[in-house]
Design a protein around this ligand. Sequence first.
Ligand code: ADP
Ligand code: MG
Length: 222
Amino acid sequence: MGTILSAKNIYKTYKTSSGDVPALRGVSLEVEKGMFYAIIGKSGSGKSTLLHTLSGLDRPTKGEVFINGENLYQYSDEKMAVFRRRYMGFVFQQFNLLDEFNVLNNICMPLKLDQRKVDKQFLEEVTGLLRLEDKLKKYPCELSGGEQQRAAIARCLLARPQIIFADEPTGNLDKKTGEDTLDLLQQCSEQFGQTLIVVTHDLEIARQADVIVHIEDGKIIL
Ligand SMILES: Nc1ncnc2c1ncn2[C@@H]1O[C@H](COP(=O)(O)OP(=O)(O)O)[C@@H](O)[C@H]1O
Ligand SMILES: [Mg+2]
């Protein structure tokens, strides 16, 4: 299907008061369109940093990232935010729903920020797939963890991203709920032809991926 994302020799060093922290030390990666990637590795190995640099959330210290052949880091921060909203979706461990908005408004938020119309039929399809039909009027605090994460996934899907980045999306869920949530995320991204990149330290989840990327001390281990 071709390459959707290509990372070339990425370095990321955090400058801290107690010195430099080399979080990524020369990572290169080709991501095929429509595939499911799991990034695994120990805590502190650089998984989140890698996800952030691949997705335009944080500039690498050195190296380049190409999305559909476009150099991501040529953009200003403002342009990059627009690019992210158009092409990328995010699912986080903490769900990151807005407490003061109901589920429906949370789900539609990225489209509204981008002044894009909400496709009613697609909204129904997505909320149906994620079993949220009767939760749309509820507020995040009225939902279980699993329901909150399904709402976060719906929010991500509704914007029709080409690539979905998820950082430990099951990290705050019990085992069974986590598996169910990941299955849904996988099924939906497959149905909509999206590329899925999931950071996880759960090897069972990783086993479901098409490709496992193992990272250790800021480097990919083959
Ligand atoms: N904002 C930051 N400032 C300084 N050091 C950081 C920052 N974020 C991560 N690190 C450090 O970079 C390394 C990789 O972290 P991270 O990418 O979060 O790993 P993982 O997601 O695999 O647990 C760790 O040593 C971590 O302490
Ligand atoms: Mg992390």
